[in-house]
Design a protein. Structure first.
Length: 462
């Protein structure tokens, strides 16, 4: 990999992000009666998209909003411009990654399937989001935030609206936990700007469609598992190379499983909740490939996992896959609304680097160029540790972009333990473990779940 390209500046990147930042700051105080600084931020956003198809609509939206006379259509235009700018940042960053890795992306995404949606609920959601923009994050209170409750309740039973309903529900919960806005010491400006603009665009009938799917038949070669944990939910996402049975070019795919969880189940105990829903986790833990027959897959490379379409196959070493199959695999295209820098997670293989610590941060020096290692993303639910990464000689990881720089999230490393070369995987305990720490954590999770089930049973009996 050409690590030197990852440190070179990208023309226009800082300017695009600056335009997003000034608009996000305008949302903090609200757009009901914008102050001069907010009006200047709106003008900067409009200037950033000058010369694009959005230019005329955004110029009008910026003018009306600065005058305190913005309607829902104007807020949609502002959200679209903000999303387009972050989409351009995503495209520039991914293009640089393609250059560095030597891989290519699919040219096009398949058209999505449009589902009929309840227009009145979309209008209601748009109205609530517009009220939020007028109030601003410092102006939110429980009366404003609670306006989403009935909308979400009405949306959830409709599969076509569930994506937007889930977003609105989570967004409202974050805002409610921060009320009143006047007492906030720190506002998550970029995050709430992301959630607001995405939700606003999803209120457009053609935006909240479901991704088109095809089927995948061939061999799946796992690379590693990205485990994400929240107080009330957990998710495992397996990154893999898929080799089609018809001999077509191999491509990168993902397969994920998510589960709700009690906050008492943490660390390795999370695998107990995830494991029954996806046999792929056992295959990853055992170092096996899987044969897929008719597995549903989206145009963006996400396998809609179903165990009935998969069976375990022969052993497949992840590092052999990374060395041989990964360099020739193509990346799936990304849907327009999903083009955001936070979505970047590109599988890479690194070796021949020198690991060193610099200001409490772990760095890989690759061909004379430094690459930050994101050790905070290494899950505690596996045998992989920052110390093992620091002593490694080869690494399978995900290249991400965070805090203005590319970072590598380790999924697996090759290192030496007691003079013996070994591979250590973040998902090494996914299918079960004999490791003492892992067994102890799983037993604690079993006890916690048993207690919760017993308490739930008593409540139901009453």
């Amino acid at each position: 990999m050409r690590a030197d390209l990852l440190s070179e500046p990208i023309a226009g990147l800082d300017e695009a992000l600056a335009a997003v930042d000034v608009f996000d700051r305008a949302l903090v105080a609200g757009l009901l009666r914008p102050q001069p600084a907010q009006a200047a931020g709106l003008s900067e956003l409009a200037h950033a998209v000058a010369g694009t198809p959005l230019a005329a609509r955004l110029a009008e939206a910026a003018e009306k909003t600065a005058a305190g006379a913005a309607g829902e259509d104007h807020f949609i235009a502002l959200a679209a411009a903000r999303t387009a700018l972050l989409g351009s940042v995503y495209d520039a960053l991914v293009s640089r990654l393609d250059e560095a890795t030597g891989r290519t992306h699919s040219e096009e995404t398949a058209p999505s399937a449009i589902e009929p949606q309840a227009a009145n609920l979309l209008v209601a959601a748009r109205s609530w989001l517009s009220d939020l923009a007028r109030a601003g994050w410092q102006g939110i209170d429980h009366d404003v935030v609670s306006g989403s409750a009935q909308i979400v309740s009405a949306m959830l039973p409709d599969p076509a609206l569930r994506r937007l309903a889930t977003l609105l529900d989570g967004f409202a919960a974050e805002l409610a936990a921060s009320c009143p806005g006047t007492s906030l010491e720190r506002v998550p400006v970029r995050r709430w700007g992301d959630l607001w603009s995405r939700a606003m665009l999803l209120t457009l009938p053609d935006a909240a469609d479901r991704p088109a799917t095809g089927t995948a038949t061939g061999r799946l070669l796992p690379l590693g598992v990205d485990l994400q944990e929240h107080a009330t939910a957990g998710q495992a996402q397996v990154h893999a190379v898929f080799e089609p049975a018809d001999g077509a070019v191999p491509r990168l795919v993902r397969a994920g499983v998510s589960v709700p969880k009690p906050d008492t189940v943490v660390g390795a105990g999370l695998w107990q909740l995830l494991r029954p829903h996806m046999s792929l986790l056992a295959a990853v833990s055992e170092g096996r490939s899987m044969d897929l027959v008719g597995m549903p897959v989206t145009a963006e490379g996400d396998l809609i996992w179903s165990d009935e379409h998969a069976r375990p196959s022969e052993p497949a070493d992840a590092f052999a896959t990374a060395r041989v199959a990964l360099p020739t695999a193509t990346d799936a295209a990304t849907a327009p609304l999903d083009r955001h820098p936070a979505r970047i997670a590109v599988p890479v293989f690194l070796e021949g680097y020198v690991a060193r610590s610099d200001d409490d941060a772990l760095m890989f020096t690759v061909a004379g160029h430094s690459l930050v290692v994101d050790t905070d993303r290494i899950p505690t639910a596996g045998p992989l540790t920052p110390e093992a990464v620091a002593a490694s000689s080869a690494c399978i990881g995900l290249l991400r972009w965070d805090a203005g720089t590319y970072r590598v999230q380790p999924l697996a490393v090759e290192t030496t333990v007691r003079k013996k070369a070994v591979a250590i995987h973040a998902g090494g305990w996914a299918g079960g473990t004999t490791d003492k720490a892992g067994v102890k954590a799983e037993k604690a999770a079993t006890d916690a779940v048993a207690v919760l089930r017993e308490r739930a049973g008593r409540l139901l009996r009453k």
